[in-house]
Ligand binder design. Structure first.
Ligand code: HEC
Ligand SMILES: [Cu+2]
Length: 352
């Protein structure tokens, strides 16, 4: 009995090592157009990627060993012509075999547990350098709020919406972003697979995560916890900016809303049609917090949490009846006249 087990173990070890050697090749190629766990571009994502492959290799080795043995037994002991129909030898228990199939799985589970725990703690307990940017992400049905508190990099508090901008990090000058995760209503989950693992946003239970993207560009993700009808359209967009781009973005976001006298009619609609009960435009009487901050609406590429491009037609249609675009979203159709729609769209288009 014993020599056979040894042989299996040797084959399994060989399989694990060759798979390890193979997986070492897959590496980051920058931001992908769809969420991908196979192109990590940030330390936590890279660590999770390696852990996943390690677990896949062990479980693949188990599969190969079990399926191999099964195939061997099926072929070697198949029915043959000339069999005498007598029962094979009946074996009742074997201490060696039973010990082996108890101890080996326990050891495997212990190894998987310890490696997983090591990666979790390495990510959770990573020390935060002073250059780190701190942002608070708040999940709402069905959009994202990002609060940038005044700190080293940021001269003034402001709120960004749906499109998170963070600075590019590098190995010799790390500028990671620490993200505190809160929720305004139900559970959501922050998941940009190229940057970090999933972390839930739970009401009254602050969580945190961090990213240190090593290549600039746009990284996409999804809310990963079912949070209501439009959960699937609660998309995540993380813009990793070069230092110059990031400084320019910060400088613009920290400004109050532009007050353009040519669109007072639209501003009047905005301030009299309940828009301002739900939306804020910094520097004006509009301070609503239920919906997205619109101070720099035009600095965003998309509307409705990454759902549609931010064009004039989409913006007008959204204000006319958001439910035709995002059924079940929490903004009501405000029943504006065609003139009022044009005016308020003109106004919003000045909010650069
Ligand atoms: C009852 C609260 C409420 C009122 C009133 C309201 N909105 Fe909204 N608005 C929301 C919510 C919530 C969202 C986010 C919807 C989503 O993405 O799921 C939103 C989204 C938007 C957006 C898209 C923002 C973005 O960046 O994606 C615009 C533009 C907008 N509202 C304009 C208006 C205008 C103009 C009015 C008045 C005619 C108005 N809203 C009235 C709650 C409201
Ligand atoms: Cu969600």
């Amino acid at each position: 009995m014993l020599p056979k087990w040894l042989r299996v173990e040797r084959i399994a070890r060989l399989a694990v090592f060759s798979a390890l050697a193979l997986s070492g090749h897959a590496m980051a190629e920058g931001p992908q157009a769809t969420p991908s766990i196979f192109a990590p571009a940030s330390t936590p994502a890279t660590q999770i990627y390696h852990l996943s492959f390690f677990i896949l290799e062990i479980t693949a080795a188990i599969f190969v060993a079990v399926a191999g043995l099964l195939t061997y037994v099926i072929i070697r002991y198949r029915a043959r012509t000339g069999d005498d129909e007598s029962e094979p030898a009946q074996v009742y228990g074997s201490n060696q075999v039973e010990l082996a199939w108890t101890v080996i799985p326990i050891l495997i589970v212990v190894v998987l547990f310890l490696t997983t725990a090591r990666v979790i703690f390495a990510i959770q307990d990573a020390p935060m350098p002073t250059a780190a940017l701190e942002v608070t992400a708040v999940g709402h049905q069905f959009w994202w709020e990002y609060r940038y508190p005044k700190q080293g990099l940021v001269g003034q508090d402001f709120v960004a919406v749906n499109e998170l901008h963070v600075p590019l990090s590098s190995t010799d000058h790390p500028t990671p972003t620490y993200i505190k995760l809160l929720s305004a209503d139900v559970d959501h989950s922050f998941w940009v697979p190229q940057l970090a693992g999933k972390t839930d946003l739970i009401p009254n239970h602050p969580n945190d995560t961090w990213i240190d993207p090593l290549q600039s560009g746009l990284y996409v993700g999804q809310c990963a916890q079912f949070c209501g009808v439009q959960h699937a359209n609660m998309l995540l967009r993380v813009y990793v900016d070069t230092p110059e781009q990031f400084a320019a973005w910060l400088a613009n976001q920290a400004k109050p809303g532009i007050q353009d006298p040519s669109v007072v009619a639209g501003r009047h609609v905005f301030e009299t049609q309940a828009c301002m009960n739900c939306h804020a435009v910094q520097g004006t009487a509009a301070t609503g917090r239920f919906g997205p901050d619109l101070t720099h609406l035009m600095s965003r590429d998309t509307l409705a949490s990454g759902m549609i491009p931010n064009t004039r037609d989409n913006l007008r249609q959204w204000i006319k009846d958001p439910n035709t675009i995002k059924p079940g979203c929490l903004m009501p159709a405000m029943q504006l006249s065609e003139d009022q729609l044009d005016q308020v769209t003109n106004y919003l288009e000045t909010l650069k």
